[in-house]
Design a protein around this ligand. Structure first.
Ligand code: NAD
Length: 353
């Protein structure tokens, strides 16, 4: 089984290093038979090959059983015509990775704004407000005059159905509650479609409690009573924003793991960005990327019916939680004195114990 590791930009290589070490130890301990391949993407690839996403990397990603993708510094990429391809978007769209699964929970030892929280945001990943993926041809963002900029939002029945199914299926394995987030009071047609389809899906899951909440109220309720939520299903941008809020409530952006998934493929990717403000200092928190890689192992375990992969995933998650439980391991984003490498050492030591 092949895992492709793509470090990405800025803090990417720093947080990929301990994640790779942990994966290698788990591979040895559970005899997982994983082969690792590493390739260059982002600004490094742009300088060497004239594109942030070389064709060979896309082919490797398609051929791999799973991908661990570091954060990409999209904001500083040049236009597409000059090689600046948005790697996250390219993977999500071309592989139809429609479900972005983003858990957030409070943990013993981690200072957090939320007193108690254990929720998963299920974010639609291929349409919504992201205008670069709205159109068959051309771009969904355009300027009719120099003083007027417009963008198109896309919501489809099928896109709404399959993300709602993913949310309700997940809820069945958890506390059996789904919160549908929308803005159907204003975006009556687009979010109206999303909401009505999600409600139709809900009818097939009578054992799962369902509620719907308007997105602006949701932003407030997440702060007021985060313990009240289990699975939250949302369109692309609402899910993106709410999941950063949830990660921050749980302690910080450096804790937010995620996978981008379909039934056939999955890519592990931290919820946060490439954090250029702290790059090169050895202080980035690798917990989010490690948690994402652990989620990928769980996804592979389910897909392949592999007990060893499931055990490896569980140990990885427990080891990250164990390292986080001791404030001495905390990186500065959590208010601690630690470093990226030292946190990685603590996780690897726990895996080996
Ligand atoms: P960001 O998530 O990179 O950073 C926001 C803040 O959180 C910064 O203060 C940063 O230092 C901190 N932070 C983020 N991850 C951290 C970690 N692991 N450990 C410690 N602190 C961490 O968001 P941004 O600054 O808005 O974006 C930076 C770049 O990342 C942009 O180019 C943006 O396009 C890109 N981006 C990429 C992804 C992705 O790859 N999935 C997601 C969001 C943003």
């Amino acid at each position: 089984m092949k895992l492709l590791l793509l470090a990405g930009d800025d803090i990417g290589p720093e947080i990929m290093a301990p994640t790779k070490r942990a994966l290698i130890r788990l591979n040895e301990k559970f005899d997982l038979g994983l082969d690792f391949e590493e390739r260059s993407i982002g600004m490094e690839a742009l300088q060497a090959e004239g594109t942030t996403l070389p064709d060979a990397v896309m082919e490797s990603a398609r051929a791999a059983d799973g991908v661990v993708l570091g954060p990409v510094g999209t904001f500083k990429y040049p236009p597409k015509e000059q090689g600046g391809i948005n790697i996250s978007a390219a993977f999500r769209i071309s592989m139809d990775l429609y479900a972005n699964i983003r858990p957030s929970k409070t943990r013993p030892g981690v200072p957090s704004m939320a007193k108690q929280m254990d929720l998963v945001i299920v974010r639609e990943n291929t349409e919504g407000f992201y205008a670069d993926r709205t159109m068959f041809a051309g771009t969904g963002e355009f300027m009719p005059t120099e003083d007027l900029a417009m963008s198109m939002r896309k919501i489809t029945r099928e896109g709404s159905r399959r993300i709602a199914v993913a949310a309700f299926e997940l809820a069945r394995t958890r506390r059996k509650k789904v919160t549908i987030v929308h803005k159907a009071n204003v975006l009556k047609i687009t979010d109206g479609l999303f909401l009505s389809v999600a409600r139709q899906v809900a009818a097939d899951y009578p054992d799962v409690e369902v509620e719907d909440v308007i997105v602006d109220a949701m932003a407030a309720l997440l702060i007021r009573k985060p313990e009240a939520f289990d699975v939250i299903v949302a369109t692309n941008m609402f899910g993106d924003i709410l999941s950063d809020e949830a990660a921050e409530l749980s302690g910080g952006l450096g804790l937010g793991g995620s996978i981008n998934a379909s039934a056939e493929r999955a890519i592990a990717q931290a919820a946060h960005g490439s954090a250029p403000d702290i790059a090169g200092q050895g202080i980035a928190n690798p917990a989010a990327l490690m948690s994402s890689a652990a989620m990928l192992l769980a996804w592979l375990a389910q897909k392949n019916g592999s007990n060893a992969l499931a055990q490896a995933s569980e140990l990885f998650i427990r080891s990250v939680d164990h390292a986080l439980a001791d404030p001495v391991n905390h990186t500065p984003d959590l208010g601690g004195p630690g470093s990226t490498a030292a946190f990685g050492d603590a996780v690897v030591a726990q895996i080996e114990s």
